[in-house]
Design a protein around this ligand. Structure first.
Ligand SMILES: *[C@@H]1O[C@H](CO)[C@@H](O)[C@H](O)[C@H]1NC(C)=O
Length: 490
């Protein structure tokens, strides 16, 4: 302790700023000279679970909740006006929103730049909804803001008459909102409140209008987890005017149109179209006579996702989910060439088809790395030229022109069907040098039977012998939580 105590105050403050506030406060009992030091610590990290231990039911007891409120009030009061850089508050055991908002207002007034809130309230306390404090919407110091809540968060600032009062956060670079539901108004009016925003993540957002544009010149990372328009409806039209965007993570109901997609700088994209089973059926049989109903019309317009694909065509890394793959089957002949693309990742599901696979591989003329999560998929008459689900004359045709060097297979279950697909890849991908196969971790696989894993290993060995490609089977070493090669010696 003495060696530590002899350090200059500035350094001690810096050290203390890495401790949770409760522990930093405890240091004051150690030595007199520490007493007032921690009060100047610019980073506050307050977590109610350290006080209330909700798992033990203590949070139910009002006096303990009150002692938490008193502690936070005391810390903030003792610190006076000294500046706060970082404030992290976890308050999920039903402290009243008035207390929480008072603390948030205080640190905002003290110039906080990095604010992380993980807040939850009891239903009785927020019957009328939870409103963030006024200071939140006009801070000139906030650079990073993260809000997580299990409840509805209303972002929009209104006066008592419900009139829009606008928001200006001129310094905000990162905004990350993850809540049960976020109300942030229309994108056209929301985003201009953050003129220098670089990183935006919105989980569980709902589009207010069925026709919206995400427009920002500064945005570099955008992650949207949308739930369509109100009532889980497909939006009519979504546009992106984000010329500086580097990374795009988009998970949402398919919009009927993507009129403008400006993402020329894009490096990496993850696309997850959320579709219903019914929509999938219609995607597979576009010529059936269901066209009269509304949903039929909607599906016909799903082909407009090609405009989204055109907009992201400069990417080097592209990840698509199984549902996205099905939707793309409506338009894959017209998707552009992905001339910069080096990495393609796809997720498969047994109920979803690979119809888009053959064309997509041909549209990636410089692909080096193919990542496939799950080999098993729904058999259709169209995937045949990429896999060997059904017999075709031109079996493997789309693979023979594909320059992929490395293949990674995740979620391997040890079935013969998967083994024949791996062989198919070995035979038809002409440049393949390496296949890494990761065994499914969660579900029990065939490999848990010693006889099966013996056979699989023999086949792997053969694959290694007959091709110049290095085939490795990897299983998790749970003890060390890392993957180890068990290829030829399982
Ligand atoms: C992309 O967004 C989804 C949710 O929509 C999330 O689960 C995933 O972790 C995100 N991926 C990355 C790399 O950010």
């Amino acid at each position: 302790m003495d060696r530590v105590s002899s350090l200059p105050d500035g350094v001690l403050c810096h050290i203390l700023s890495f401790l949770p506030t409760k522990q930093a406060a405890l240091t004051s009992v150690l030595s007199k000279s520490w007493l007032n030091l921690w009060k100047l610590v610019p980073n506050l990290d307050i977590d109610d679970s350290e006080f209330l231990h909700p798992e033990e039911g203590k949070g139910e007891r009002d006096e303990i909740r009150q002692s938490f409120v008193d502690f936070v009030d005391r810390v903030l009061a003792l610190q006076g006006d000294s500046p706060v850089k970082k404030f992290s508050l976890k308050s999920i055991t039903c402290v009243h929103p008035d207390h929480v908002n008072r603390w948030i207002s205080t640190v905002l007034q003290r110039g906080v730049s990095d604010l992380t809130l993980f807040i939850d309230f009891s239903y009785e306390d927020i019957e009328e909804g939870y409103y963030l404090p006024e200071e939140m919407f006009v801070s000139r110091t906030l650079v990073e803001l993260k809000i997580r809540s299990e409840r509805y968060v209303d972002w929009w600032r209104r006066d008592r008459g419900g009139r829009d009062r606008g928001t200006v956060l001129p310094m905000l670079k990162t905004l990350d909102i993850d809540s049960q539901f976020i109300h942030c108004g229309e994108m056209e009016r929301f985003l201009p409140s953050f003129p220098v925003l670089e990183k935006l993540r919105m989980a569980n957002m709902e589009w207010i209008q069925s026709d919206e544009t995400v427009s920002s010149a500064s945005l570099k990372e955008l992650s949207i987890h949308g739930t369509g328009c109100e009532g889980f409806r497909n939006p009519k039209s979504i546009s992106f005017d984000t010329p500086s965007l580097l990374s795009f993570n988009y998970s949402d109901l398919v919009a009927e149109d993507y009129p403008l997609v400006n993402m020329k700088a894009l490096f990496e994209a993850r696309i997850n179209f959320i579709v219903t089973e019914n929509q999938i059926k219609r995607v597979r049989a576009p010529n059936d006579d269901w066209l009269e109903d509304d949903e039929g019309d909607v599906i016909l317009r799903f082909g407009n996702v090609v405009k989204l694909m055109n907009g992201i065509q400069n990417v080097q890394k592209l990840y698509l989910t199984a549902d996205t793959f099905e939707v793309l089957s409506l338009c894959c002949e017209s998707v552009p060439l992905f001339n910069n693309l080096k990495t393609l990742g796809i997720t498969s599901e047994e109920g979803r088809g690979w119809q888009a696979m053959p064309v997509l591989l041909r549209k990636c003329p410089y692909i080096e790395f193919l990542l496939v999560e799950g080999l098993l998929h729904y058999v259709t008459d169209k995937c045949g030229d990429a896999c060997d689900c059904i017999f075709r004359e031109d079996k493997g045709r789309s693979l023979t022109s594909c320059p992929v060097k490395k293949l990674e297979i995740r979620g391997f279950r040890g079935t013969i069907k998967e083994m024949t697909m791996i062989k198919h890849f070995l035979v038809y991908f002409p440049c393949l040098k390496e296949i890494n196969i990761y065994v499914e971790e969660n579900d029990p696989t065939e490999l848990r039977f010693p006889e099966v894993s013996k056979v699989i290993n023999q086949i792997m060995e053969e694959y290694n012998k007959f091709s110049s490609c290095n085939v490795q089977l990897l299983v998790t070493d749970y003890l060390f939580e890392k993957w180890t090669a068990k290829g030829r010696v399982l």
